[in-house]
Design a protein around this ligand. Structure first.
Ligand SMILES: Cc1cc2nc3c(=O)[nH]c(=O)nc-3n(C[C@H](O)[C@H](O)[C@H](O)COP(=O)(O)O)c2cc1C
Length: 357
């Protein structure tokens, strides 16, 4: 079966990147994705930000922006699936082409610009899947032309409350001009203050679903400390490190290496893991972390966990390896944890930082 999916993925790569992605979503909607019935080894179960995952490998947002195929991706073996980024109003995104493969570098550059069908359609899809098993997170952002960007996040939180297992505030896309400025201290105070207020109203005396914050990898040490402190102050449950980078490492060889946008995939692994370790040091166990950026193997996932992540997410590697990759990573990670004598993911979290300190 895995061979079939690898062949289908290779065929998809003969199409331009964005049509190939649409065709993949269509195929998944028609039930053509891989289905795993294998239960994850109990060593993989972990609780992050209050959310207990059957396995720590998640689908990063951007793959399923409109919440069209979360169940198909859960069936492929992901422990959780994050849909989005959704914005209150539908948005066309940037002019095409805006998605580029960098095959020699096992990387992707995108400048999609939050293209999505809007909150109403997204919400209706989540309503339809109510009661189904499998953890689905809702990642949201602001419309490009919004006059009140912080207000857009509150609008999304209110509309989607009760429909997702967790929420992610995305302030880290490089493709909406000025969005990453929301990572600055005063902007974060305003945004997270308004989110906390809305959350308190929505929660009442019931338990609240976790809310995570997704950050960019292009940050300096003082920003990492500031963001960590504010995330804790405003009661967020985890920080997701990281989105794509605007850096262009000298190592890039592919024809599209100079396209504008966010770089993801293998060349992001080293940088995003280093920033993750810096967040782990700033957090000092007081807020959970999720590691994203360049994961293409069990070894990569394990490196993120040892750098301080309780769970991980991936997207770009799927472009090259296809959806059967998730089971390969699950199996490999299980073996690596056991070989090193860990009884759980939790025991391995930050083990590299402990060695270094
Ligand atoms: C085509 C594309 C679209 C993306 N769209 C989003 C998005 O809408 N929201 C978001 O938070 N991250 C988005 N991302 C970033 C990914 O979620 C992830 O953080 C990043 O790609 C690094 O992980 P990877 O190297 O495994 O791809 C996108 C990435 C790609 C490649």
């Amino acid at each position: 079966m895995s061979f079939l999916y690898k062949t289908a993925t290779a065929l998809m790569r003969t199409l331009p990147a964005e049509p190939a992605h649409r065709a993949t979503i269509k195929a998944l909607k028609s039930g053509l994705g891989p289905i795993t019935t294998k239960k994850p080894d109990p060593v993989l179960s972990v609780t992050v930000g209050g959310l207990t995952l059957p396995n720590p490998i998640g689908l990063a947002p951007g793959f399923d922006k409109d919440a069209e195929v979360p169940d198909a991706m859960l069936a492929a073996g992901f422990g959780f699936v994050e849909c989005g980024t959704v914005t209150p109003l539908p948005q066309a995104g940037n002019p095409k082409p805006r998605l580029f493969r960098l095959p020699e570098d096992k990387a992707v550059i995108n400048r999609m610009g939050f293209n999505n069908g809007g909150l109403e359609a997204y919400k209706n899809r989540l309503i339809k899947r109510r009661g189904k098993s499998g953890l689905v997170g809702a990642n949201f952002g602001a419309n490009k032309d919004s006059k009140d960007r912080a207000g857009d996040y509150v609008t999304c939180l209110k509309a989607l409350w009760g429909l997702a297992d967790y929420f992610t505030i995305n302030i880290s896309s490089p493709n909406t001009p000025g969005l990453r400025d929301l990572q600055q201290e005063s902007a974060m105070d305003d945004l997270l203050g308004r989110i906390a207020e809305a959350r308190a109203e929505l929660t009442g005396d019931k338990p609240s679903p976790p809310i995570f914050l997704k950050v960019a990898p292009d940050l300096i040490e003082s920003q990492i400390e500031q963001i960590t402190d504010q995330a804790r102050t405003y009661g967020l449950n985890a920080i997701i490190v990281s989105n794509t980078t605007i850096d262009r490492p000298d190592s890039l060889r592919s024809a599209h290496k100079s396209e504008t946008g966010g770089l993801s995939g293998a060349p992001l692994m080293e940088k995003s893991t280093r920033i993750l370790a810096e967040f782990a040091s700033a957090a000092d166990g007081r807020i959970d972390l999720i590691g994203v950026g360049g994961i293409a193997s069990g070894a990569d996932a394990y490196a993120k966990i040892r750098a301080g992540a309780k769970a991980v997410q991936l997207y770009s590697a799927l472009v090259y390896a296809g959806p059967s990759l998730v089971m390969d990573i699950r199996n490999d990670l299980t073996q690596r944890l056991k070989a090193d004598g860990f009884n759980s993911v939790e025991e391995a979290v930050g083990s590299d930082c402990l060695v270094m300190s």
